[in-house]
Ligand binder design. Structure first.
Ligand SMILES: C[S@@+](CC[C@H](N)C(=O)[O-])C[C@H]1O[C@@H](n2cnc3c(N)ncnc32)[C@H](O)[C@@H]1O
Length: 456
């Protein structure tokens, strides 16, 4: 059989209308029927495209000239932001972003042949500067230690100081820390040669508490000039309550290593959610958008319609935010979480808030659920809030065999949500009402939603 030959070649130019937007926020144009994915091109726009890379079934291109512009284009964003991968939807108006997210969920359920309404995405009033956490790579650019963000689809650092979607206080802190590292001539990490010292700076700031944690990720155990660095950070950033060194000596893209050393202050910071206090350690997941998290969990709890008598499972419980938010509305909760630091945080958080009807277990949700089912645990409601890869078939089998009245699925990836929904429906559950998207991650392609499954 003759090998398929792409109808375009590198550097070829042509004009076309943008007909679609991929789930990664890239415009789709067609050359004959061959799809070309183009950064910063919006459906309805007509563009002159230059081909940058050709693959077997598709190609990538860039906009050489925009010949017709879409009304959905947002002009209030600078080029550096669009060049990096930090805010890939920032070229769209916010209204168009919200429609894009609703539409993505609709398409994914349609593909699975599940007929379900999807509500309009609940958005933010001010959808920038919301992130309570930054993880910024530290690299050498033109001979100087630099912080910024990777250029899209690459590991090339673009120096930036305004990260657009991060809490501006975090942006300021990163510049302060970068300048101290320059002053004390610290060496930035070099991925290619696996040399240098400072890999990443992570900063987390409590939305209500304004407590800041700084985590410096190093390649080796020794952090040169640690004393001077700590003193400088304390002087310049009075909100900092915790300075931690995380050691990651592996040749990997994973940001954090396993070892943490508290260089100064507390091992965690606190913040509040629904008026409850949560202590958050460096390894623990904590929702990055504190403003919409309350909307998200508020909705999840409202949809669960709890009466006070329920036995609840909180699978993927993190530091216990869902468990502790529902504890006073139910009889008891058991949570399961895989990260030991997060389970320790969750147990402390139960204590701090005087909650004693909640238990947290360390383990894999998919294994614990099978154990609980075998032990004849009978939950009335199961909350699942998995990472992007979603649930496993084993977890769904065990969960549905326990026959809870409701399974409340909080999802950060509609592709795995739609896949899992098919198995839940096959196992005797039906979707109650509509899927509700909530914009936890404005300006990005990430899509959060809540769906309730009812036992038929
Ligand atoms: C989206 S977060 C939700 C956390 C928590 N519900 C919250 O909102 O703060 C997913 C959590 O699942 C945990 N996790 C990942 N894989 C897991 C597994 N196989 N079993 C249990 N927990 C897991 C992660 O460490 C993370 O804390």
């Amino acid at each position: 059989m003759a090998k398929f030959k792409a109808p375009v070649i590198k550097n070829q130019e042509f004009e076309a209308e943008v007909v679609d937007l991929t789930y990664q926020g890239m415009g789709v144009v067609k050359f004959e029927d061959f799809p070309v994915f183009v950064v910063d091109a919006i459906p309805g726009e007509v563009v002159r495209v230059g081909i940058t890379k050709v693959q077997t079934n598709f190609a990538f291109g860039r906009v050489i000239k925009r010949l017709k512009e879409s009304d959905d284009r947002n002009h209030n964003v600078d080029q550096a932001t669009l060049t990096t991968g930090i805010a890939p939807l920032a070229n769209l108006t916010y209204a168009a972003q919200l429609r894009f997210k609703q539409n993505q969920i609709e398409q994914l359920f349609k593909k699975m042949h599940i007929d379900v309404p999807v509500n309009e995405t609940i958005g933010m009033e001010n959808p920038i500067g919301y992130r309570n956490k930054a993880q910024v790579p530290v690299r050498t650019v033109r001979g100087e230690l630099t912080t910024g963000f990777y250029r899209r689809n690459s590991h090339i650092l673009v120096p930036i100081e305004d990260y657009y979607i991060q809490d501006p206080e975090i942006d300021k802190a990163i510049v302060v820390i970068r300048d101290l590292m320059r002053r004390y001539q610290l060496d930035a990490y070099d991925e290619a040669t696996h040399s240098g010292e400072i890999r990443t700076v992570m900063v987390r700031r409590g939305y209500y508490s304004h407590e800041m944690m700084v985590v410096i990720v190093t390649r080796r155990n020794k952090l040169p000039v640690a004393e001077l660095l700590i003193e400088g950070i304390k002087q310049a950033l009075p909100e900092v309550k915790s300075i931690i060194q995380n050691v990651n000596s592996e040749k990997t893209n994973v940001i954090l290593g396993k070892t943490n050393k508290t260089l100064w202050g507390a091992d965690y910071i606190s913040d509040t959610l629904f008026g409850k206090t949560f202590e958050i350690g460096p390894m623990s997941f904590y929702q990055v958008n504190p403003q919409t998290t309350e909307v998200l969990y508020g909705l999840a709890v409202e949809k669960a319609a709890l009466t006070g008598d329920e036995m609840v499972i909180d699978a993927y419980s993190g530091i216990g935010t869902i468990s502790l938010s529902v504890a006073d509305k139910v009889k008891e909760v058991i949570g399961v979480e895989i990260v030991p630091g997060a389970v320790a945080d969750a147990k402390r958080n139960a204590k701090i808030n005087g909650i004693d009807n909640v238990k947290f277990e360390l383990g894999k949700a998919e294994e614990k659920m099978v154990e609980w089912q075998a032990a004849d645990v009978k939950p009335d409601v199961i909350f699942v809030d998995p990472p992007r890869k979603g649930l496993t078939p084993e977890l769904i089998t065990a969960a549905t065999e326990m026959q809870p009245k409701k399974i409340v699925y909080i999802s950060c990836n509609p592709a795995t949500l739609a896949r899992d929904a098919a198995q839940l429906i096959e196992s005797g559950y039906q979707i109650d009402g509509a899927v509700q998207p909530i914009d936890q991650f404005p300006q990005t392609t990430h899509i959060e939603s809540v769906t309730v499954f009812l036992k038929k």
